[in-house]
Design a protein around this ligand. Structure first.
Ligand code: ZN
Ligand code: ZN
Length: 268
């Protein structure tokens, strides 16, 4: 357990770097849409936001969700630590339950006005690419962490499964925000299991009827199951507008303005 906790930051960084560099190169080679703004406009700010968010999260929650899982395992807390469940089943159940929890939380952040103020910063990006998958307000990250720790403790999730889920979520968030062109056939096949870039792009449409669909990050089944699935944007992927009506000024893509957005009153 201690070995896992010691290696945990390096496993995360290595997986993140591999996914990020691969997708960034893929975007250059085969982009899905023409970006409205060049990378150098958005990337320094989106990447600086990741640094701020990660440092803050590590400072407030040094042990994070994996630490909470280790604590639950030691103390025998949570459902899976009480039931005679095999390791493989506990692992798969943890991936499924955490993914459903993230889906439900995402829906809640759209539904509750105060939470939407935190989450809308993610939607205010005027383009979608690999860096958009990292663009979350630190307060949203902190609240998500609290919710995740709660789910991990109740479930008694194994620490390795929690780490696997977080590494997977990070990589899939980079993937489904990436501005990469997949063939329609590849998209259709992948979409039966996971959220593809085309599926998540619908969620970033400025049309609220489309924004409030496709809440999934990993598995595509939750939106199909709960009736929030929308296959394509009405204006098509090249014709649709990305972002929000209330934040169209490219100045809003700056780090200081992003951090301020939850405190700016606007009409949705
Ligand atoms: Zn959203
Ligand atoms: Zn998104």
């Amino acid at each position: 357990m201690n070995t896992l906790l010691a290696w945990e930051p390096w496993i995360r960084v290595a997986a993140f770097a591999a996914a990020f560099l691969t997708l960034a190169a893929w975007e250059s080679a085969a982009p899905r849409r023409r970006l409205n703004l060049e990378r150098h406009w958005r990337w320094p700010h989106n990447l600086a936001l990741v640094v701020v968010g990660t440092l803050l999260l590590r400072a407030v929650f040094p042990l994070a969700a994996v630490g909470a899982a280790a604590l639950a395992a030691q103390a025998g807390w949570g459902l899976l630590n009480r039931l005679p469940v095999g390791g493989a089943i506990a692992f798969i159940l943890t991936l499924l339950v955490l993914d459903l929890a993230i889906w439900a939380q995402h829906r809640l952040f759209h539904r509750v006005p105060l939470l939407w103020r935190l989450h809308r910063m993610h939607h205010a990006d005027l383009d979608l690419d690999v860096t958009s998958g990292l663009r979350f307000h630190p307060l949203e990250l902190a609240l998500s962490m609290l919710i995740k720790i709660g789910v991990v403790l109740l479930l008694g999730a194994p620490p390795l499964a929690v780490l696997a889920f977080e590494v997977l979520l990070n990589a899939s968030s980079l993937f489904n925000h990436a501005n990469i062109a997949l063939s329609p056939r590849a998209d259709a096949v992948l979409r039966w299991l996971v959220v593809t870039p085309d599926m998540h792009r619908v969620h970033h449409s400025w049309d609220p009827r489309e924004t409030d669909t496709n809440f999934g990050f990993n598995l595509s089944c939750w939106d199909r199951l709960f009736g929030t699935y929308l296959a394509q944007p009405s204006l098509g992927h090249l014709g649709m507008t990305i972002g929000l009506h209330e934040f169209r000024d490219p100045g809003e893509l700056r780090l200081d303005r992003m951090l301020r957005q939850p405190f700016v009153a606007t009409q949705r």
